[in-house]
Write a protein that binds this ligand. Structure first.
Ligand SMILES: *Cc1c(COP(=O)(O)O)cnc(C)c1O
Length: 350
């Protein structure tokens, strides 16, 4: 009992270290290096919800995903004498770190598991970074990255559990609240929770009334399982249409766990079938090419899993680095193999 209580206290204190000021500082550090993305109205989702519905188009970052924000902020705050950046990644963070390293004239070594899709691997290699494929899970990749990080001059940037990364992702929340000050509900794709932690901190610091909902797939929902358990726990990692949402939160999680626990109003889980249908909807209704990870908010609404919003809604379209072969299958209603799980396809509207 005592241990649990101490753990809780420790997490609670650390989650209070980051404030809105850190997010404003991040904005200054990344200004001109990342895109201030547009917030586009969605006609289809506005019809579905009966409220103004907006898409924050992080797909328009030069690396194709929001992770460039956190990676750039962390890279710019790397310790003196850093020559090499390293990270473990499901793909998009690696690309962000590789891009930031190139901009700053540093080397980068990106560690990934064999679950990372080829497109993401190619994108990282094209930026001139070294890549290492280790094992079948994020944890294996992380172990390799930690080992590398011991060497002098090598600086490890966590994909989600780093104050500069969280503050960098939080700049998305600032921008959304600036564009829609009367926002009611913010739907945030959730994996390691760096995005949700930063965005929720920004949004709630500006307007405590905003409802911030984390969304993820029901197979391998590490943050939800951890919050329910009261501490970070491991979950088996499985292939998903939302591949960017795979991976654990780290048993030694310092920040994102406590922040998500304290700041998120709710976490909603969606099935692969619901993600499949939402990917089709975003493409056929609004003509956006986006990863499965982006549509979890839309999926929850189409599945009737979100309590009706009372005002404007926004969701973050987090990345566009799709596996085109898989994407084409989804758009043409074909079956998709996810590891050894067969997801039965259906044409849109059928
Ligand atoms: C990393 C990522 C997420 C989730 O972000 P976390 O900070 O890990 O919760 C969502 N969508 C995309 C496209 C991502 O790359």
């Amino acid at each position: 009992m005592q241990d649990l209580h101490d753990d809780h206290e420790r997490y609670r204190k650390q989650s209070m270290q980051l404030t809105l000021t850190d997010i404003f500082e991040a904005r200054r550090a990344i200004a001109g290096r990342v895109v201030r993305t547009p917030l586009l109205p969605s006609r289809f989702m506005t019809e579905q919800t009966g409220q103004p519905f907006f898409l924050k188009m992080e797909t328009m970052q030069p690396t194709g995903a929001f992770k460039l924000r956190g990676a750039t902020n962390a890279a710019r705050n790397a310790p003196e004498g850093t020559t090499t950046l390293t990270c473990c990644s499901t793909g998009n963070h690696g690309r962000g770190v590789a891009y930031a390293a190139r901009e700053l004239g540093l080397n980068a070594v990106i560690c990934m598991s064999s679950l990372v899709p080829q497109t993401k691997l190619d994108g990282i290699r094209a930026l001139g970074s070294e890549t290492r494929i280790v094992g079948n899970s994020q944890d294996d990749a992380l172990a390799e990255c930690r080992k590398l990080g011991q060497a002098t001059g090598v600086f490890e940037i966590s994909p989600f559990d780093d104050p500069y990364v969280i503050a960098g992702q939080g700049t998305i929340g600032l921008e959304i609240l600036e564009d829609v000050p009367n926002l009611d509900t913010l739907l945030v794709p959730l994996s390691g929770g760096g995005l949700a932690a930063g965005v929720a901190l920004a949004a709630k610091s500006i307007n405590p009334q905003v409802r911030v909902v984390g969304l993820t797939m029901d197979r391998g929902a590490a943050m939800k399982t951890s919050i329910d358990a009261g501490r970070p726990v491991e979950v088996p990692e499985v292939a998903s249409l939302a591949d960017s949402l795979g991976g654990g939160i780290g048993l030694d999680n310092r920040l994102s766990f406590a922040m998500c626990r304290d700041l998120l109003d709710e976490i909603i889980l969606v099935t692969e079938g619901e993600i499949y249908r939402a990917m089709q909807a975003l493409y056929y209704e609004d003509s956006h090419v986006a990863e499965g990870a982006c549509v979890v908010g839309i999926a929850a609404i189409l599945a009737g899993k979100l309590t009706a919003p009372k005002g404007p809604v926004a969701t973050i379209i987090t990345g566009r680095n799709v596996d085109m072969v898989q994407f084409t299958k989804v758009m043409t209603g074909q079956d998709v193999m996810l590891g050894d799980y067969l997801l039965e396809g259906k044409p849109y509207g059928a």
